[in-house]
Structure formats: structure tokens, C-alpha cells
Design a protein around this ligand. Sequence first.
Ligand code: AR6
Length: 171
Amino acid sequence: MTVIRTELGDITAKHYADAIVNAANESLLGGGGVDGAIHRAAGPELLAECRMLNGCKTGQAKITKAYRLPCNYVIYTVGPVWHGGTHSEAELLTSCYRHSLELAMEYGIRSVAFPSISTGVYSYPVQQAAEIAVQTVRAVVEEHPEAFDEILWVLFDERTKLVYAGELQKC
Ligand code: AR6
């Protein structure tokens, strides 16, 4: 049984899971939002390892160690920038969740904490992002029922948390 849930908080502040997911950009060299918070909390070694990854395409995922963060790994995924929904945004966001979880499985990671990918700087509407996030995580868990103990979203504001929690309540 995999627990799927939400929590309000800062994803860097305490141990939530074996791996936290960073909503990164294609350079993987840091930025604002949750990306900035993760780099600040992890320390400069994280950036040094990121420099060796040669970036990451939108919809794909990469992984590093977590250094000073209270988890073992950081998984980086690059969400789509919202351009009105006609530029394959939904497919790319689906691919972010799927590739992040596939990478976690390759590394034997049994718990994963996601932020709300793409809904900050990249402007993806929260309701639509939450639908994709929850559908995709549920699909991966159905395909791999033994793989994960827990998958959660650590959400930074009450409104975003309410939207994701509402999606999770739908069957
Ligand atoms: N813990 C959890 N969630 C957070 C935190 C935190 N510490 N900080 C912000 N959020 P964003 P994106 C929430 O902008 O839209 C960066 O510059 C935030 O409130 O971090 O995918 C990257 O380098 C929002 O709900 O990511 C890219 O250039 C969510 O995390 C770009 O932003 C995502 O917001 C990626 O944009």
C-alpha cells in the first residue's frame, strides 16, 4: 500500500521523504522559488554536482545526492512554462511526474516529496496541474504497487494545498 497525501510546508525544512523533487529549470544551475530554497538549504556541493549533469530537458528528470538537506536524494524535473495549454503543457507535466518516479524506482527510493511543479514562476494553473499530478502519481502507483511507501506533495500555501487535497479526495 502506498500512502498518497498532502502537507502544508517548506519542502526543505524537515525530513519528508527519501527524495525531494525540485521544480528546476533546464540549466539545473539554480533559480528562484523552491529551486532557490533547495540550493540554499543543501549548500554549494549541490550546485557542484548539478554542474556535471549537463542540464535537463523539460519533462525529464535527473538526480543528485542531497548534501545538507534532510533527505537522501534530490530529483530534478523541469516543468513546462504555461503558454495557455496549447503547447503540450499537460503531456510535459505528466512526463515530469512519471520520469521523477521512474528515477526514484531505479534508485530504490521508497518515499518521494513533490512541490507543486510549474505552478509558481512557470504559471501553470493550480487546478489543472493538481489534476495531472494526482492522476499521474495514481497511475504509476497502480502500475508499481510494491514500489513506494509514500508519495506526498509538500505545498507552500494554503490555497494550493486545498486544491491538491481536493483532487486526492476524488476517486
Ligand atoms: N517548499 C515547497 N514549495 C515551495 C517552496 C518551498 N520551500 N518554495 C516555493 N514553493 P516555483 P515552477 C512553491 O516557482 O513554477 C525557479 O526559478 C511555490 O509556491 O518554485 O516550476 C526554477 O529555477 C509554488 O507553489 O516552480 C525555474 O526557473 C511551487 O513551489 C522556475 O522557477 C512551484 O513554484 C520553475 O517554476
